[in-house]
Every structure is written in structure tokens, then in C-alpha cells.
Unconditional design. Structure first.
Lengths: 741, 159
């Protein structure tokens, strides 16, 4: 019964968001709330020789100044600081010792009665350093990067895949080939909400933590570790998250500072980072990629080599599956991969929307475009010649793959057949017009999750899970799925999420929550149905007296026989006759995966750019993104997810770049005016198409997830369009106008 | 002992209600709204006038409330997102934002809404391109721009 699943339902939290009622982490008040302001380092590497906070302490209204020499005890072992998604290494510990590991690192926290006083006093903290030489430039350190040994497996999914065939020999023998180096810069997430935590010590000794995070239970366990408290004594709340895009997967340091201060002062403390300070959180690592593509006599790929160098910190080794996307996406008998990671004096990078795929597929798809030019072949035709019907890494079928349909429908909607192949051959007045395309790919992942349903005698249900809604629409799709699974009107469903006391959920990321929580709701709803049926059977002359649970569905407020719709009992009657006014069930759903199938989402992106020939100004005037991502839960919010990903791709292609002055190791454009993100005037016509993505194998509801796939491939489609418009191939993003000269 | 500035008293009419405030001269209108008056609908995204999340209407004009000190607005009439709906009925721009899914995380939304209401009052935007240009002071990192433009067009049609 699907009344709501798939429908273009408006967000159930929409009213809260347009009236200002939705509360974010820095917006919870508490009696006696104090405000913390962070002091950060001005050097990139070395030691803190001395901190003089006397003047700051003398400011009326200042309550305390915390530094590494003036703080409560903190645990000494790494394990206490490891969060659920921490990479290998030693996690950063704020205010732990005198070591400066990166620029803009927190070195002191000033707490005062008012935020303005705290900030003023923070400006009076004097820090003296013993500076040491630092390195922050991947392009200078690529030779010093460490190779990742071994091959990808279920245990180590982020190692380069096992090579196949002999890529070097095949490339050398290929009659047509392309080799290119592509680079992408450090990017920062820049969610609109500033990172913030409000920590309230409760009279019973517990802590309530209002935090900006993608995983309340991850923060709960992390704070428990750092504060050496029992996790049960910490409640983390995050009902609304003002964007995160991966930056909130790991707990950020302000939560530690706020919690240390609140516990020490025994009063509520709020710490809000500045936009500038957020440039010392995680980031999308810079990447240099070398790609070689060789074509056989038949005109299809015969060799792929994909080498990547990426950035990590000195204290943790962060990397993802940067190289494997190429050999996964296209059929090629020969493929090899290398990945080196350069430790630099920077914070540890972290996941950022479609981590690894956004950058790796950019390089691959730009290289494929160059190969199509070398072959004098339409770029779509080249991709169809190399279409992989099976997962190339593990030689297994896909549970579903709608990429061919993405190419077809995307090209038709765009009008691709009217493209003139020669660069600089299309014009609109004085503008050069370019049309480019690319493919996108992401994983369809699922994670164990628990869902609780409480059904009350008036036919209302509360559905609870400790997941997050970071703007993706989780509240809404949970309500839609629950309404269908319980056979109740949408308005009778209340969703609870973003609270660590709710049933278990992992962090919201990787596009895995929609599939996981929706199937989780279905699992628990089945148990609710079973209990309702048992209650109904207490009725005399129950029309479902002999019905087995699986013969009964919940629909239109009733238990209904699947074989005979006239045999039905209303939910309200079942509960009344059963003598209960409240029914509660909680189930954990685990997703068994035999490994027999590959699970991926795919997309085809077609982009039009117009380039002012004299000034080099590039405008992205049209984008069509055709996506195959299984069953779509909400046509409205799903299109928004993809369209938002396209906007991210525009930023990646043309605007976004964290600029470090490597002399000082300091970000020069640590603000949202000089770090360019797309604004309204940068975005024009964006069309999203969902191709039929039926997938009966992946999970009972056939859901694959959408958060990441929207950005993947977009930057390449735009870069390829810029080449088509101008005849100039820019291989380092972003394509700013100076690079077109 | 380092001195902090003396507090000054001022009056503001916010969403039709008169308020008397005692704040230091360094307190921005944004912080006065959020921290002193509990009107947290107005958002802080950069504190530098770069993102537009803090946009409010002062005497009918849209401004970024992080770049004005509260004391500079003594006597002014301020409308925040909390004041856009009347008697529980959403402003047409608010309803249009819901209808067109013109937000995701919702954090830039109060600023977008106040900016859009100000834009409608200005009467300068006639085309989609003009809306895009005149709404470009309000950053939406979720990238809801096409839906924001569609929502404003809907509201313009009703105005």
C-alpha cells in the first residue's frame, strides 16, 4: 500500500523552518547560560611557550580561561578520543598539550557572562610560540607521500582495488590513448550554521548537550570518552542541523570545550565557532590524479590506470576509495590503481559530499572526454562502448543499474543530438556556448538501525530513531514510510529523531540513512501489525480470526486481509477490543549482504556553459541530471537533493578553493565571501530526472539513497562544456577566468 | 582591570511589540535579537555581512542584522521571521517556500524569507534573472536556489 511513498510531499518540518521555530544547537537557552569564545593558534607547527591570560581574566564578566595548563584532567590514551568514524591514528585533543599541529588550532577558551565579553577577552589572551618548520602544500609534498599498500577488501574498503590484467602493457600497446594529470584543491563544507554546542549540567549530574552533528550517539560516546563519564549520563540533542555535508560526521572540538567548561563551572555553557575558525575543521582533501586511458582496436577501453595523491594530517591517516571508481565504472580488461597519502601540518581531512567520488570521477570523466576527442567520437557513445554490465572489481552483477537509461533520457531532455562536436563551434551572440556531459556513480549502502513505533488508541503513531535530518528530508520520508506501513494518514504520524536517548542509529552520511531507516520502519511496522492482529483476534467473530500475519496488511486505518478486502478490523477497534490504549514495538534491522551483487547509484549529467570570449566569465546556463537511484521516496525532496548536488558541482567546477598561504600555513580566504560558494545568480536552469530504478534485490523497499550522487560528475560535465566552448582544457579546478587566458 | 563599555538603553519595536533593552554599544542587532530577546529565528552564519542568514527588515528595508549595532537602531521597527505570519496564517512567501521546497536544512531560510519580502516591497525584480541577482546576498549552501526563485515568483504572482 503506497499512498505516500513516492509522492511529492512538502516537508513535514517545513512550517517550523519557515517560521523560525526550528531550533539549532546555539539556540537553546538555560538559566545562567555562560558563553565561550575560542582563541586559536597563529602558527602552523610548534609549541606553545607561554599563554598569558591575566588581562583576559581581569575583564569584568569573565568567568574562566581554559588552556592546556589550566584545565580539568583529560584522559591520556587515544582510545578515549576515538569517535565512531575516526580514521587510523591519534585523534586531535583540544587544549590537551602545548603542541601546535595546525594553524587556527584552538589554544584557549574564554568563558564569560556574555558572548561579547568573552570575545573581547579572548582578543586579550597573549600566546607565545616556539615555531617549527611546517609543510602544507600537497604539490610540494607529493613525492614524500606514503603509498597505501594492499588491496581493497570488505575489511579495508578504502585501499586501492586489486589490479586486473596488465594495464601498463595494454596502455603501451593501445593505438589511441590519453594521459592527463588533474588536480582539485582543498574545499571546505561551509554549512550555513556555525558549529556550536550548548552544554547544560543537570541537577542529577547528567549533561544535556545541544550539538551540531550528523550523529547524536557518536557525540554521546565521544563526550563520554573525553570526560570519562558513563554514556548514559550524557544526552545529546540535535533536532535540526543547519547543513553539515560530512563536516558533522565526527564530533567537533567545540563540544569538548563547552562540556569541559560546563562541568568545571557547573553552569550551562555555549560555545559557537566563528566562520573563520571553521576553516580549521575537516575538509575535502586536495588531490592530484594521473589517469591513463588506452583504447583497443575495437574502439573501447582496454587500459585504465588511476594514480592519486591526497592529503592527510600528521596525526591521522585519512583516505577513501579514491582510485577505484574508474575501474568500477567502465569495462576495461586491464586496470591498475595507486594511491599515496601526504601527511601535512593541517587538520585531518574528513568526508565531504560524495567523498572521493566527487574528485575522482571528475578526473576520470574529464579524461574520458579527452579520449572521446582523440577518438573523434561522441562522448556518450564512448561511454556506451565501455558500459559495464557487471561490477568490474568483483565480477558480479549489479542489483540494478539504470545508467543506460540515464544517458538516454538525459540526452533527450538536454537536446544533446543538436550538439556540434567541434570546440568553439556554437555561439549565442558574443558568448561561446559549450555542451559537456559526464557520468556519476556512488554506492548504495545500508547500515544497522533501530526504530521504535508507539501506536496510541486514537490511531496516532510516534516513530522514533536517533538518526539526524541534516536537511535531507529525513523527517518527511520517515513520516511517509510510516504512514504507508501503518496504514495511517500522514498527519497522524509524529517523527522523533536527533536525540541520543532514541533507538540506535549510526551517523547520517554516505547516503545510507534513507534506505536504512525506511526499511527499519517497515520491519517494526510488521511487528506492530502482528501485535494488532493478535489483539483483533480477541474480538468475538473477528473477520480475521483465521488470518496469518503475512496475509494481513495495514491500510486505511485498518487491518485488512490481502485476499479479501471486505475482511478488515480497524486499528482503533483492534486496540479497544484487545484492551490496550498504547502499543510499543522496537526492532533492529540488519541488512544481510551475501556480496553476490554490487549496489550502486548512477547518473548522467549534461551541462551547458556560456563563456564571454573577451572576459572569460563562465556561466552554467543549463544542467540536466538524470539519476538512477532505486525507488524515490519523495519526488519533491529527492529532486531538491539532486539539484542541490548540481549546485555543489557548479561550485566545485568554477568557484570553490581553500587558498593556503604556504609560507604561513594559514588559510587566506577563511570566510564565506572570499571562499566562493555558488550564489543565486550563479545557478540557472537545473532539471532533474529520475529514471525507473526498480531494485527488488537491494532491500525490501528498493531504496538506494540520494545524498551524494547529485554532485558526482557535475564538475566534469561543466569542465567538458568549458572545453567544448573554448577549446581550452583546464585540468585543475576550479576553472577560474584567469585559467582561460 | 580592563573596562567594558557601559550599557545603554534603547527601544525597538519588534514584530509590532515595543521592547526596552539595555545593551552595550558593541552588541549587534543580531545578537540583541538572538541572545537578549530569545528571537532565535534570525540566524548567524558569518557575523560579517557575507552570508545573509541574519537578514531582517528594519523600517521595511532588508538589512543584515550582524552589521548594525542595536543602539544604532534605537526607535526602529524591526520585522524578523517570527513576525512574517499573521495570526498563525503564513505569509505568502513562507507558504511559497514550503510549496516549492525552497530550503533543505532551513538555516538560511529566515534570511531568505525576510530578503524576499523586502525584495517584493522594493518592486525592482520583474524577471527570474533579476530575482537571482537581487537575492544573491543570501547564500543557501544546500543549493535550493532554483526553488527559491520559483517560490518568489509564486509570491510575486499573488502580490
Amino acid at each position: 500500500m503506497t499512498t505516500y511513498i513516492g509522492a511529492a510531499t512538502s516537508r513535514v518540518d517545513g512550517r517550523a523552518k519557515v517560521t523560525g521555530a526550528a531550533k539549532y544547537a546555539a539556540e537553546f537557552d538555560a538559566p545562567g547560560l555562560a558563553h565561550g569564545s575560542v582563541v586559536t593558534s597563529t602558527i602552523s607547527k610548534g609549541r606553545i611557550a607561554r599563554i598569558d591570560a591575566a588581562e583576559a581574566r581581569s575583564v569584568p564578566g569573565v568567568l574562566a580561561v581554559f588552556t592546556h595548563t589550566d584545565r580539568p584532567p583529560m584522559p591520556s590514551e587515544d582510545s578515549a578520543y576515538k569517535d565512531d568514524v575516526a580514521p587510523e591514528g591519534s585523534p586531535f585533543r583540544p587544549l590537551y598539550d602545548d603542541v601546535v599541529r595546525f594553524n587556527n588550532q584552538p589554544v584557549a577558551l574564554v568563558v564569560a557572562e556574555e558572548a561579547e565579553v568573552a570575545r573581547f577577552a579572548a582578543s586579550l589572551v597573549r600566546v607565545e610560540y616556539q615555531q617549527e618548520p611546517h609543510a602544507t602544500d600537497l604539490h610540494h609534498q607529493r613525492q614524500a607521500a606514503n603509498a597505501l599498500d594492499g588491496h581493497a577488501s570488505e575489511q579495508n574498503p578504502f585501499l586501492p582495488p586489486k589490479p586486473r590484467g596488465s594495464a601498463q602493457q595494454a596502455f603501451a600497446a593501445a593505438p589511441v590513448r590519453h594521459a592527463g594529470e588533474y588536480s582539485t584543491p582543498i574545499e571546505h563544507h561551509n554549512p550555513m550554521e556555525l558549529y556550536a554546542s550548548t552544554v547544560v549540567p543537570e541537577p542529577d549530574g547528567t549533561l544535556t548537550v545541544y550539538d551540531k552533528t550528523q550523529g547524536v550517539q557518536n557525540v554521546q560516546r565521544y563526550v563520554a570518552g573525553v570526560l570519562q563519564m558513563s554514556p548514559e549520563k550524557i544526552r545529546v540533542v540535535s533536532h535540526f542541523v543547519g547543513g553539515a555535508f560530512g563536516s558533522g560526521l565526527r564530533p567537533q572540538y567545540q563540544v569538548v570545550l563547552a562540556a569541559l567548561a560546563a562541568r568545571t563551572l557547573n553552569r550551562p555553557v555555549r560555545v559557537v565557532l566563528t566562520r573563520q575558525q571553521m576553516y580549521a575543521l575537516g575538509f575535502r582533501p586536495a588531490m592530484i590524479q594521473q589517469i591513463e586511458l588506452g583504447v583497443s582496436g575495437k574502439g573501447a577501453l582496454d587500459a585504465i590506470t588511476h594514480d592519486a595523491a591526497t592529503v592527510t594530517s600528521r596525526h591521522e591517516i585519512f583516505h577513501r576509495q579514491e582510485t577505484g571508481w574508474s575501474g568500477l565504472l567502465y569495462a576495461s580488461p586491464n586496470a591498475s590503481y595507486h594511491h599515496r597519502v601526504a601527511p601535512l601540518d593541517l587538520p585531518t581531512p574528513c568526508d565531504m559530499r560524495a567523498p572521493s567520488a566527487a574528485t575522482a570521477v571528475y578526473a576520470l570523466e574529464a579524461a574520458m572526454d579527452e579520449l572521446a576527442v582523440a577518438l573523434k567520437l561522441d562522448p556518450v557513445e564512448l561511454r556506451l562502448r565501455c558500459y559495464s554490465e557487471r561490477d568490474q572489481h568483483f565480477d558480479r552483477p549489479y542489483s540494478s543499474k539504470g545508467l543506460r537509461e540515464c544517458y538516454r533520457q538525459g540526452a533527450a531532455a538536454f537536446g544533446w543530438d543538436r550538439r556540434s562536436p567541434e570546440p568553439r563551434s556554437m555561439r549565442d551572440g558574443t558568448d561561446l556556448v559549450g555542451w559537456g556531459m559526464a557520468t556519476g556513480v556512488w554506492e548504495a549502502l545500508q547500515v544497522p538501525i533501530a526504530v521504535r513505533i508507539v501506536l496510541t488508541g486514537n490511531g496516532h503513531a510516534e516513530v522514533a530513531c536517533a538518526t539526524s535530518d541534516i536537511g535531507t528530508g529525513t523527517y518527511t520520508i520517515m513520516a511517509q514510510v510510516a504512514a504507508d506501513m501503518l496504514g495511517l494518514p500522514l498527519d497522524n504520524i509524529t517523527i522523533k529523531l536527533g536525540d541520543s536517548t532514541l533507538p540506535q542509529s549510526p551517523v547520517e552520511g554516505g547516503s545510507w540513512i534513507a534506505a536504512s531507516v525506511a526499511n527499519g520502519i517497515a520491519t517494526t511496522a510488521r511487528v506492530v501489525r502482528d501485535e494488532l492482529l493478535a489483539l483483533a483476534k480477541r474480538m468475538t467473530d473477528c473477520p480475521l480470526a483465521d488470518a496469518a500475519p503475512d496475509d494481513v496488511a495495514l491500510a486505511d486505518g485498518k487491518l485488512v486481509s490481502r485476499h479479501d478486502a471486505s475482511r478488515a478490523v480497524s486499528i482503533i477497534d483492534a486496540m479497544r477490543y484487545g484492551g490496550v490504549d498504547r502499543l510499543e514495538q522496537e526492532e533492529t534491522t540488519k541488512f544481510e549482504d551475501s556480496g553476490a551483487h554490487a549496489h550502486n547509484t548512477h547518473s548522467a549529467i549534461f551541462a551547458e556553459v556560456k563563456v564571454d570570449e573577451e572576459l572569460g566569465v563562465i556561466r552554467v546556463t543549463r544542467v540536466v541530471s538524470a539519476v538512477a537511484a532505486g525507488r524515490i521516496l519523495n519526488a519533491k525532496t529527492a529532486a531538491s537533493q539532486i539539484s542541490g548536488g548540481v549546485v555543489w558541482g557548479i561550485g566545485m567546477a568554477l568557484h570553490e578553493e581553500t587558498l593556503i598561504d604556504h609560507t604561513f600555513g594559514r588559510v587566506m580566504n577563511a570566510n564565506i565571501a572570499e571562499y566562493h560558494v555558488p550564489v543565486n545568480a550563479d545557478v540557472h536552469d537545473v532539471q532533474v530526472i529520475f529514471v525507473d530504478g526498480k531494485d527488488d534485490e537491494i532491500n525490501p523497499l528498493g531504496i538506494k539513497g540520494l545524498g551524494e550522487i547529485g554532485i558526482v560528475g557535475v564538475a566534469a560535465a561543466i569542465a567538458n562544456a568549458v572545453y567544448h566552448a573554448t577549446g581550452k582544457r583546464v585540468r585543475d579546478l576550479p576553472i577560474t577566468l584567469d585559467k582561460l587566458r | 582591570m580592563v573596562a567594558v563599555p557601559e550599557k545603554l538603553s534603547l527601544s525597538l519595536t519588534i514584530n509590532g511589540t515595543a521592547h526596552q533593552l539595555n545593551v552595550a554599544p558593541w552588541t549587534t542587532l543580531l545578537d540583541a535579537l538572538r541572545d537578549r530577546l530569545g528571537l532565535t529565528g534570525t540566524k548567524k552564519g558569518c557575523d560579517h555581512g557575507q552570508c545573509g542568514a541574519c537578514t531582517v527588515l528594519v523600517d521595511g528595508r532588508r538589512i543584515v542584522s550582524c552589521l548594525t549595532l542595536a543602539v544604532m537602531q534605537d526607535g526602529a521597527a524591526v520585522t524578523t521571521v517570527e513576525g512574517l505570519a499573521t495570526d498563525g496564517a503564513l505569509h505568502p512567501v513562507q507558504q511559497a517556500f514550503i510549496d516549492h521546497d525552497a530550503f533543505q536544512c532551513g538555516y538560511c531560510t529566515p534570511g531568505q524569507l525576510c530578503s524576499a519580502v523586502g525584495l517584493l516591497a522594493e518592486g525592482r525584480a520583474k524577471t527570474a534573472d533579476e530575482i537571482r541577482e537581487l537575492m544573491s546576498g543570501n547564500i543557501c549552501r544546500c543549493g535550493a536556489y532554483p526553488n527559491i526563485v520559483a517560490a518568489i515568483q509564486q509570491a510575486m504572482g499573488q502580490a
